[in-house]
Design a binder for this molecule. Sequence first.
Ligand SMILES: NC(=O)c1ccc[n+]([C@@H]2O[C@H](COP(=O)([O-])OP(=O)(O)OC[C@H]3O[C@@H](n4cnc5c(N)ncnc54)[C@H](OP(=O)(O)O)[C@@H]3O)[C@@H](O)[C@H]2O)c1
Length: 253
Amino acid sequence: MNKKTIWITGGSTGIGRALAIKFSNKGWNVAISARREELLHELENKYENISAFPLDVTDKAKCKEIFEKVKNKYNNIDIVFFSTGTWNPKKEKDIDVEQIEDVFKVNFFGTLNSIKAVEEYFKSRKEGIITIVSSIAGYRGLPNSTGYGPSKSALNNLAESLYFDFKRSNVRICLVSPGFIKTPMTDKNNFKMPFLKSTEYAANKIYDGLINTNNFEIHFPSQLTLILKLLGFLPSKLYFGLIGKLTKYQKKN
Ligand SMILES: NC(=O)c1ccc[n+]([C@@H]2O[C@H](COP(=O)([O-])OP(=O)(O)OC[C@H]3O[C@@H](n4cnc5c(N)ncnc54)[C@H](OP(=O)(O)O)[C@@H]3O)[C@@H](O)[C@H]2O)c1
């Protein structure tokens, strides 16, 4: 049994789910984690090579325990893809400290717990890919994003830091920065999302970036991400002016 294996967190819906199906269709073993067991089992029952490993990533010890279970089942883990995330646009307009703590618990510390669980394994294996799903919202500050944007910005910095540390062990750290993808998360948005894409589109881009390139960052769609990257170079005054105008224009009503 020499099949390759990927462990995906956030596998119950959205981008993680679509990526699980993509890898499964490519013949990989796929271990999927998230809290909603029934959604994980639905996928497990439909795809022979997908297995469910329910997990709440805010539980540090559980992250380690579940990764042990994944390892015991498959022996070799080639890629991990940490895609858990939360976003509640209604609560991002004001500074709600408890809400921001909750967002960080999932988006930043949940991802950190998952990375910690695999650290030793990958450092001694001396190959493989650890994937951190961030967002274009992590590039620079955006309006109405008091928790989500900062949590993703912290992930970007963490990924760059880990890049150096894991490179010494020949392990690739990969940062994924999606633009707008239609998922249960973005279905909550009440603004027009430019260049909105499907989860299948995202899964194809991610699969290609992980398997066929050795890049640090996988970002898409480039029509949007390249503009945002250029805006990132602007001095603050120009950046605030342009983003202020663009986001007002994008409001639905
Ligand atoms: N969609 C976009 O436009 C977009 C853009 C940029 C970045 N992203 C990022 O892409 C990632 C996936 O988002 P998505 O759009 O696919 O949204 P989604 O469909 O809402 O997926 C979020 C996933 O995270 C899981 N999750 C949330 N809290 C968890 C926890 N405490 N423990 C374990 N799993 C947890 C959810 O499963 P359970 O609820 O079952 O636990 C679900 O599988 C997120 O990190 C998001 O920030 C998305």
